[in-house]
Write a protein that binds this ligand. Structure first.
Ligand code: MOS
Length: 729
């Protein structure tokens, strides 16, 4: 189904099932611990051996010698794979560093060997017995030190240019009567999802099956094919249940590649999980940034100059953190400068983590907006509203598909009681607590991607949906079932959803908050095709046949949907494919974050007291699962504001706090009452579902709202995250 004109009224608009807060259909499996995760697939293949990955103990240099003798002789050890005996392997295009290193080492804890044994303990002991002699080389590990030498670098994937200028930024900034020039920094973050990376690999002849934990099945097939240099047709990826990803599982990691190599060497299936302490350094992280923001405004509060430059670092061939993405689109202003610069750092690979670009960028930009409002003597909400734009600032005449940032800010202000905020910092006291309120705008782009599905109608009237789409804890199973039930006019319990298998049609996958809108639109397309076949089969004109209550009909003739399949299952497959609507219109999602904090006047301890997010993100397919996405993202944003930081050892080049004891994330006790309001809207330009992404919007801006609330409480402006109490005392 080609989607190239705005959606008109369609079966989804009935809202009999879509738009309802349906419980997660996989909820009981998840909460009873019976949804099988990759490492737990004991049933899928017999005779599984265990693999343990050994990572490099240096960050840069080479392996001079490796002595495997003691490991080979250890009890239970079946095989050891290193770069020296693995046979030819390549680097997939989307990997920055190799999944198996040697003799050259690109980063700390990069996989250099896997030991296969009968038991996990034997494999782990074997890995400890490998003796490695390294030749250490000098590496670059400190972004502060390297930023001066960092050249401009754009992002190939999103097409963002290294430096973009509109109008005369320098002149306008110079001339502006009110201006701000401030630098902010954000540290590296770890995804810290619950389920570690894990894979079971099994070969059958030259065919490889990987039961793994992965967000993007088709990318996984492609990357395994490129790495192991085997045809895509010989690879099957299975990933039906995933215990969180946040971007860490967008691309297949060393667990999958090393399991495949190990299974080949051992001649039997091998299972591998990355131990928690391996994840921070062996896999990817959200890169640290340094961001300089310059804002110039007229006395009436209209921005005349907007400048945002961001520095980040990555391994050679890696990309920048695109922290300027939102600054190109969020506020009006005739003169603009955005730039991303990239230093070479020999730290582990920096890559996507929940709302890559905007999450980091808004941490800086939305503090800057708060500072600027204060300079202008304006309320921070009024200042943002005064600088709203309905037009893409980069392309005059091009509008947003739908934009209601103002509605988010106004609704939030009213519901949160913003009128009680004191503009003068440190003027509200509640016992020993200094109390403050902060606001920030949220912004995240909405991406349109082709997505396919297959639907089967059985003689019992059951519709089975098959697509390689994944559910990373987001509620995909449920919204896909809701989509099929709504489109086919059947109850929810007549739909079976099968996900996460490369044997199914290729979907959008779970990433960049594009999963919900695109994958359900693909299911809608397949169901519309099924409706056509069914209508013809039952002798109806497909254009006016009504599908409702398990029946198909027109006028006074209505027959059961199931009867269409009485001579055999009916199968339909289709994809949603987008024309140029996302070029004609800018597709984005918007929100407002409101936070109240208390800061202990004596100890400096910061406690978040209340949080509210108001989201403008098109039709909300399921308000319960969408709310869960947003409160999870708000929690992650609270972590970014107050505690999360991968600490770099700048001498030896690794993340020191590489487990959940040292890498602090918020727990229930850190998070107060959270409220989410979805503005009632549809976006007919985004897809037939009229929905957009929301899972990443929820994190965008939160940390700045916390920072602004702390400033309002204390009068101390901290521009370096996380805002730990030592920085504001
Ligand atoms: Mo997201 S960082 O694209 O999983």
């Amino acid at each position: 189904m080609k989607f190239d004109t705005p959606a008109t009224t369609n079966p989804i608009d009935q809202l009999k099932i879509i738009g309802h807060p349906t419980d997660r259909i996989d909820g009981p499996l998840k909460t009873t611990g019976s949804a099988p995760y990759a490492y737990e697939r004991h049933d899928v293949v017999a005779n599984q051996a265990y693999g343990v990955i050994l990572g490099s103990a240096i960050a840069k240099g080479r392996i001079a010698a490796m002595d495997l003798a003691a490991a080979k002789a250890a009890p239970g050890v079946l095989a050891i794979v290193t770069a020296a005996n693995a046979g030819p392997i390549a680097k997939a295009k989307s990997h920055t560093a190799k999944m198996l290193a040697g003799p050259d080492i690109q980063h700390y804890d990069q996989a250099i060997a896997i030991v296969v044994a009968e038991t996990f303990e034997q494999a782990r002991d074997g890995a400890k017995l490998i003796r490695v002699d390294y030749e250490r080389a000098k590496g670059r590990f400190d972004l502060d030190a390297e930023m001066k030498a960092a050249p401009p670098k754009g992002d190939e994937e999103s097409g963002s240019k290294p430096i973009e200028r509109i109008g005369d930024f320098d002149g306008a900034f110079h001339a502006a009567p009110v201006k701000l020039d401030a630098t902010y920094s954000t540290p590296a973050h770890s995804h810290a999802m619950m389920e570690p990376h894990a894979t079971i690999a099994a070969w059958e002849g030259d065919t490889l099956t990987l039961w793994t934990s992965n967000q993007m099945i088709a990318w996984a097939v492609r990357d395994v094919s490129q790495t192991l240099m085997i045809p895509k047709e010989k690879i099957r990826i299975v990933s039906p249940y995933i215990g969180g990803g946040f971007g860490s599982k967008l691309w297949i990691r060393s667990d999958a590649i090393m399991a495949a190599l190990a299974a080949k060497a051992a001649g039997r299936p091998v299972k591998v999980a990355l131990a928690r302490p391996q994840i921070a350094n062996n896999t990817t992280h959200r890169p640290a940034t340094i961001q300089r923001i310059r804002l110039g405004a007229a006395k009436d509060g209209k921005l005349t100059a907007i400048g945002h430059e961001s520095w980040s670092g990555n391994l050679p061939q890696g990309g920048p953190e695109t922290a300027t993405a939102q600054t190109k689109l969020l506020y009006a202003g005739a003169n603009r400068l955005t730039a991303t610069r990239l230093a070479v750092l020999d730290l582990p690979e920096g890559n996507a983590m929940r709302a890559p670009g905007e999450a980091s960028g808004l941490m800086a930009l939305e503090i800057a907006m708060d500072e600027m409002a204060e300079k202008l003597g304006m309320d921070p909400i009024a200042f943002r509203i005064a600088n709203d734009t309905q037009e893409d600032p980069n392309k005059p005449g091009r509008t947003f598909s739908y934009r209601n940032l103002i509605g988010c800010l106004q609704t939030g202000a009213e519901k949160f009681g913003w009128d009680k905020r004191q503009a003068k910092p440190a003027s509200v006291r509640d016992g020993r607590w200094l109390v403050g309120m902060g606001v920030a705008a949220a912004f995240r782009n909405n991406m349109l991607t082709k997505s396919a599905a297959r639907v089967r109608l059985s003689a019992k009237g059951i519709v089975t949906v098959e697509t390689d789409m994944t559910d990373i804890g987001t509620g995909t199973y449920t919204i896909i079932a809701q989509t099929a039930a709504e489109t086919m006019g059947i109850p929810l319990d007549h739909v079976v959803v099968s996900l996460g298998d490369s044997r199914f049609p290729v979907s959008a996958g779970s990433g960049g908050q594009w999963g919900a809108n695109n994958s359900t639109a693909g299911v809608y397309a397949a169901c519309m095709k099924l409706r056509e076949t069914v209508a013809v089969k039952l002798g109806f004109n497909s254009a006016d046949a009504v599908f409702s209550d398990g029946k198909v009909g027109t006028g006074n003739r209505h027959v059961s949907l199931a009867s269409a399949a009485k001579d055999g299952e009916i199968v339909a497959e289709d994809a949603i494919e987008y024309g140029s609507l996302d070029k004609t219109y800018q597709q984005s999602t918007f929100g407002g974050h409101f936070v109240e904090v208390g800061v202990d006047a004596y100890t400096g301890q910061i406690r978040i007291r209340r949080m509210l997010a108001v989201c403008s993100a098109g039709r909300i397919l399921n308000p319960k699962s969408a709310r869960s996405q947003v409160i999870g993202a708000m929690t992650m944003g609270a972590g970014a504001a107050l505690m999360e930081e991968l600490a770099v050892d700048t001498r030896f080049g690794f993340f020191v706090n590489h487990d959940l004891a040292g890498y602090e994330v918020p727990v229930h006790g850190d998070i107060p009452h959270q409220e989410v309001i979805f503005l009632d809207e549809t976006d007919p330009i985004s897809s037939p579902m009229k929905a957009k992404g929301v899972g990443e919007l929820g994190i965008c801006g939160v940390a700045a709202a916390v920072a602004n609330a702390i400033y309002n409480a204390t009068g101390v402006r901290v521009r370096d995250y996380p805002i730990t109490l030592d920085k504001h005392l």
